[in-house]
Design a protein around this ligand. Sequence first.
Ligand code: SF4
Length: 1007
Amino acid sequence: MNKLYCLPLGETMRNKFIEDAKQFAYGQAVFVVPGHILLDEVKKAGSVRTVIMDYLPNELLRANHLDVYTRISRPAQEMVIKQIIKSLVKKGELSYFAKLADKKGFIKNMVSFIGELSRGGITCEEFYAALQAWERTDYLQAKDMEIYHIYLLYRQELKKQKRYDVDGLYRLAIRALQKENCIVPWEKLYFSEFYQFDNLQIELLKALSKHCSIEVGLFYDAERPELSAATENAYMDFMGMGFIKEQLQEFTPRNQGLDHFVRNWQREHPLVGAADGIIVFEAYSVENEMRGVLGKIKQQLQAGVACRDIICVVRSMEEYNGFSNLFKEFGIPTTLPEVTGFTAQPLAKFIENIMKTVAAGYEIDVWKELLNNVFVDRIFGINHEQIEASYNEKYFASPNVLQEFVENKFPQSRIGELFNFIASLKSKSTPADFTNNFLQALEGWSLEKSYGEVYKANKITLKQLKAVVTTKNMVTEILEEMVGAFEQSGQGKQKRPISEFLEFWEERAKEKIITLSQGDKLGIKVVEASTIQGILFPHVYLMGMREGQFPKVKFENWIYNDQERKALNELGVTLPLTIASMKIDQYFFAAVAAMAQQSLTISYYADDAAAASCYVQELQQYYEKEALVPTFYNTDVAHCYSAEELAGILVQQEFLAVAEDVWLTNKLGVDFAFRKFLDKERWTGNNIFNGYLEQKQECKYLSASALDNYVQCPFNYLVTNIWQTEPWEPLEKETQPAVIGDLYHLALAKFLNKHLEENIGLADYSILLEELMLDLADVYGQLAAQGLISESEFSKYDYKRYRIVLGKWLLAEQAYQANQKINLLPKYLELAFGRKDSTLPGVPISIDGEETIFSGQIDRVDTDGNNYMLTDYKSGTVPSAKGVALGRFLQLPVYILAVEKLLSVERSKIIGAGYYGLKNCKRSGGLWENTLKEDLPWLYNTRPNNLSMVMENAESAIVASIRGIRNSAFPANPAEKCPAYCPCLDICRYRVSDGTQDTGEEVEDNV
Ligand code: SF4
């Protein structure tokens, strides 16, 4: 007799079934549960064979010697579907999905949709009949037929290859049960803790029920239709199969407040005053939530509660990264294992980069990434950091040049082995050849031996050693899975491009996780809500009750939307709907809450993005106002449950008692008191940690650009000009901006040198242009010969750009010269002063009785014999007008002082100094006499500052800067917003410190 026990919420038939099963010989009765956690739970009873559902069809086929088919893996399914779609495109039989045909996401969605059809027990014929009855027309009909064809071809391919997917397995078993003399190895089957069965599972149970007795325990309460919606289909199916129904009553004792929830959730309910046993806990971040929960658990453990009496349930484990580490920090044992990502392991990255080097057609950047891996140090005996440092000095145009360099630099290393191996990889090979080749190389690298020695030398921990060995095993596993998948999809013998192996690798690698240490079976259980119900615990922690997290809206596969699914359901093609997943989530929530007997703690974190789940808000309606007010997790010395938290609290205290001081010193080091205030204090006063050095500096010589550096940010000056550190910047195939700037400067100087004091305003543009282009070619050749310009595939485009810029400059220059009322013409070009090779001496400025000599190089000085104008070419951004006015850019003022002193020009004759942007070929900004707009019409279009006013500010800024340098005052104090190219970004704490806020201003756009 087959029976269906309809259970109230929170009840289970598990214990009764286990007792009942004892009357059968072991193996004659089988207990079937939906997942591994429940499997372990029943196995603990030890008297009944316990299995998950897929065991039944497998065992049936084995018992009847029908296990000749083999199961296809998911990646192989994707390959089969991909091939089918490709062939349909080739034959012109795909129009609706043609544009998506080569998209990975489309293939995956199609595979999962086919899975839905299969699990729903829909045969190709049934699907076709439903589509015919649907009577859709035009492109929608085309869509339906394309899906049907893909499904049909997929089924045919599986049959041809004697393979089945998980759904095929059920079909084979159902067919076997329909045969005469079918051997069914069981007398009795018990099903417990299921909330749903798909069509094929129901078909299997129907067929089995004719051979053995079946009893099912299922939550179903006709008086709570809303909550029973999750199990309604299963209930109806069993009723349809003629199962005898038995309705059970609640019998589990619970705390009163909890009992009220379990009995009344989702139905008419009276309000009760107290929510005994229910605690709502609100956190402000996911970490705070985890800490809060662990704090509460620790309190319970300290009060004598056993670990086995507590469970933590989350909706999705993905949201709780680092939970096992926090358990460790709190000293609480847990079933959670300690894990780390596979793709982050150096060996995994190394393997991936080897594939990329070949797949990417020997791209130099991929080679650099390959060698930039600690793994090459350990196994091949080179220093990857030294190689990386060489990227700053030398540009490697091709992998061959890089290989040669590495081999010469490390002649004793085994790096040649690696290069030979990569050279042996063909861009196309069979999956088996590729894998064998790879695995052979992997063995040859003797990882265990090398890393074992490193471990013995105490250079890595046991966990790190374990991670290496496990990674190696996983590498082997993925490569072997790959061979299997290609074989299963019928492509095992074909030579495939390495890019396909790489694609497979990337897909599988991201799913792999390395377990560093197993969880403690006796520790606090942490499970996902979908995997557990029907087990009672005195204390349940239900975490992640946050909007968007629980309930988790699961949108169905887009191949058919919800509306289309409804229509297909009416035509007999059962497909899940989005609303159904909402009902199931609601059931998960209720089922987990009903596991609690004494206390249920519901936790979530609320921030700007989301607050408490709607379930929490609904739950509050079941109790009188204020009965379920959220609590928060605040730690203080008396209420903190991990050493780290205690340290965090103590470190904030101004004064510590001796015992605490000793404890903290042992934990954090003797300088903890100093370090705790460092981040804030470093920014106050003349602190050594903010660049105020004790030793005074001399400032005898100073270049105009170094002065500007100091004014822009003194710390940058310290790093760049005093320490003279070079920024870590690998040479790229693109020419560096500074070199491009030099190229323009030199080409313009060369050209204008031939036209000194000549007005070219009305000269023939084409002749001048030809001349300028020759000068450009000449300068370009010189820079290339010095190795400053990299010859690459971009070079010719870059060169074209330089020609265009200079052509535009010539047009602008002619217009400026033609339209000016004062005949200002170039007289001095690249006028250097105070430099090693310059003919002009430096400019001395005396401050506080000491002299500082300025050096620099003025791009251009124009004059009509009476008036003087200075020009600074800018190939990058032009300094802001506001910055110039405030004395934040001192180069031009210093140049004015230089012209005044070195060329003996009276200040009143220097009518201005400005920038000449080469990006837009326009003069702009700078400092000018107010009266000039009539004479130099282009000044109308710029935003010039008044020369006298700027000079006054500049002279004060020069004095302040020199005093600052002499006093060794180099604080991180940007005049404007920290520039993205600041060479100190990696070492400067200004932007990351709690003690500062970025008060710099945006650089204004110049007109
Ligand atoms: S990052 Fe900002 S504060 Fe630090 S050195 Fe650079 S400009 Fe100065």
